[in-house]
Design a protein around this ligand. Sequence first.
Ligand code: NDP
Length: 273
Amino acid sequence: MKYERLNNNVLMPQLGLGVYKVLNEEVTDVVTHALNVGYRSIDTAQFYENEDGVGEAIRNSPIPREDLFITSKVWNSHHGYDNTLRAFEESMEKLKLEYLDLYLIHWPTPMYDQYIETYKALEKLYHDGRVKAIGVSNFNIEHLERVLNECDVTPVLNQVEYHPYLQQDELKKYCREHSILIEAWSPLARGNVLNDPAIVHLAKKHQKSPAQIVLRWHIQQDSIIIPKSVTPSRIRENFHIFDFELSSEDMKKIEKLNRNERTGRDPNEMNVR
Ligand code: NDP
């Protein structure tokens, strides 16, 4: 496992397991399997309604809490200072944890204009020692600019949709200049990139699976990734990406696949609460 150093010196595993759309009934088994394979980072959220099951897997595991990295996120319905503090306590009750490693604002929902107050609640949780790091998700440059201008703590990362078909060059450059890491959600574009001829060709060349090629491409750009799978063999396969390297030509071939194509919502249009 490789770790990234966040801008507040906390170390975060570069690879974690995402559990969006994993049912609470199945998530305990899925996370337990991932921990047995070697994963140490789990990405959940208030919205996923599976924090209970994630917490159960953590409690059942012999792995010391300090070796794990647990992320959750406040949902759009709980923006605002007090609401966010309440949402955090609800998540902690479900997870039954003493602290979180990373707490994120799930979406900026700029049409409601409460993400600054929401971020200030995250700062309080950080200063009170309830979370080791705070960050944002789905923030565009204009949203990040407001956070940097109006708040005190620089987000450690921005979790955004990022994969070969959506490479977010401008946002990535802005984040790099401000010591904010990119965490890629849908790193496999929900499977859409896996049949791309360029990816299939590289998979044959390296005798790896298409998913391993794409995940390795992310790793070599110093992104943090949280591929989701409920399939035991895929969870294992996605973990084994540290024993080979893509050449700079291989990397460029994948770079050329960019189409600025989203699988998910545009942050400026996401208004669901
Ligand atoms: P991913 O790009 O991780 O793709 C997941 C899909 O790919 C699933 O259908 C999975 O199938 C399949 N898959 C996984 N591994 C392989 C493999 N080795 N070979 C073939 N198929 C594979 O998409 P997600 O949208 O789930 O994103 C990952 C995580 O990012 C989420 O779980 C969540 O934690 C986070 N996220 C955050 C968002 C945000 O707004 N902040 C939005 C969306 C996601 P199967 O499970 O059946 O094996």
